[in-house]
Write a protein that binds this ligand. Structure first.
Ligand SMILES: Cc1ncc(COP(=O)(O)O)c(C=O)c1O
Length: 400
């Protein structure tokens, strides 16, 4: 008689080291409460509250009608590769070849491919705190060692000196993310260039996660690593995403731009795991880049309005301290002024908010910043106002 699976199953060492995603956990909690009929204000979402633009959906319909429903090359269709190349040429004056471009299942897979194809056990990978939860997990999965750079002293904006101090002879790679999830902070162009010069001096590779690239609020400036000279770019992998820019999180479309040798290695990883991204979504992504871009500016303007309302309101809440994020759609207030009485951590504050006021925000500890919470403003201004009112009530109770 065969043994039940549960008796014999033991998880691999690789997976045993990984943490489950805290952001996805917050989404599930909100869903469970809603299913019970509770009026939940969800400020946890890491995705746009807008629908995918109609022209992109139409392109997907056409792809299906025309029978584009089969495998494509692992790196994506020629049409999509060319759309990505044209976009970077027009927007940033950067010239990439098809051998440097690869379509992926979301930006997440681009980052995974890049880390796994480069790192060996013992390699150090610099991860900037606060970080997107997935970065250290991928590094650990590759059996490399995450080395954290804490940026609290510079209000979460990474400086070249901090990078310089963290580099050791074992440093192989750094993962950069500007605009940042969770802080929303943007590294100014001049500082970004200095960071890349430091990396070049030490022969350190970089992944520039540019998932929120198009969501930068003036006067802050959009900056892509694609604008660097080809020499500086030779050790950089740009991880791009259609998810946030075109409200396409469920379509799972992203891409990487890297040197031909790095791309070849990443193709091996993807070719033996997921193969090409969805063929219909690829056609939609071509339309996203080649079609009208008004939807992007409309979303940016709306996020901007919400941000301009939200940040001053958060600053008025007793115990809160919040810098103004220049990009993405997150506020990342310091709530340590509220941690008193029975509440000792941001996780407990988040739980209290959920249980007493049915409001979901994300604990900063999961991003490496205990004492902070992430508030997503990818939700209507009306719900945002209700959520802030509930947060204020909890903070006021704690202040007494
Ligand atoms: C910083 C950052 N990078 C990458 C991603 C990956 O996005 P996707 O895989 O949907 O393209 C996300 C999604 O939340 C993110 O916040």
């Amino acid at each position: 008689m065969s043994k039940p699976v549960s008796d014999s199953f033991s998880v691999s060492d690789n997976v045993a080291r990984m943490q489950a995603s805290t952001t996805l956990a917050a989404m599930q909690t909100a869903e469970a409460m809603r299913a019970e009929g509770v009026d939940v204000v969800d400020l946890g979402a890491g995705e746009p509250d807008f629908d995918t633009p109609e022209n992109i959906k139409r392109a997907a319909n056409e792809a299906m009608r025309e029978g584009q429903t089969k495998y494509t090359p692992t790196a994506g269709t020629r049409r999509l590769q060319e759309a990505i190349i044209n976009f970077y040429e027009q927007k940033f004056g950067a010239r990439y070849e098809r051998s440097q471009v690869m379509a992926t299942n979301g930006g997440k897979q681009a980052i995974f491919n890049a880390v796994v194809s480069l790192c060996n056990p013992g390699d150090e990978v610099l991860v900037v705190k606060p970080y997107w939860v997935t970065f250290p997990e991928i590094v650990t999965f590759a059996r490399a060692t995450p080395v954290f750079i804490d940026t609290e002293e510079t209000s979460f904006v990474l400086k070249a000196e901090q990078v310089s101090r963290a580099i050791t002879p074992r440093t192989k790679l750094i993962i950069l993310n500007s605009p940042s999830n969770p802080s929303g902070r943007v590294i100014p162009p001049a500082e970004f260039r200095r960071i890349f010069e430091v990396l070049q001096e030490h022969g350190v590779y970089a992944i520039s996660d540019e998932c929120y690239l198009r969501f930068v609020y003036p006067p802050a400036e959009v900056y892509s690593a694609a604008t660097l000279s080809p020499e500086l770019r030779s050790r950089i992998c740009i991880a791009g995403s259609f998810s946030k820019t075109y409200a396409m999180t469920g379509w799972r479309m992203g891409y990487s731009l890297a040197a031909p040798e790095w791309t070849k290695a990443m193709l091996k990883v993807q070719g033996h795991s997921t193969s090409n991204p969805n063929s219909i979504a690829q056609r939609a992504a071509v339309e996203a880049f080649n079609g009208p871009q008004e939807s992007v500016s409309e979303m940016l303007a709306e996020y901007g309005r919400r941000r301009d309302w939200l940040i001053p309101q958060l600053c008025k809440i007793p115990g809160f301290n919040c810098v103004t994020p220049e990009g993405a759609f997150y506020a990342f207030p310091d709530v340590r002024g509220c941690l008193r009485g029975e509440i000792n951590s941001s996780a407990e504050f988040v739980d209290m908010l959920l249980n007493e006021e049915h409001t979901v925000v994300t604990d900063g500890a999961g991003f490496g910043a205990e004492g902070f919470i992430r508030i997503s403003y990818a939700t209507s201004l009306e719900r945002l106002k209700e959520g802030v009112e509930r947060i204020r009530r909890v903070a006021q109770r704690l202040a007494k």
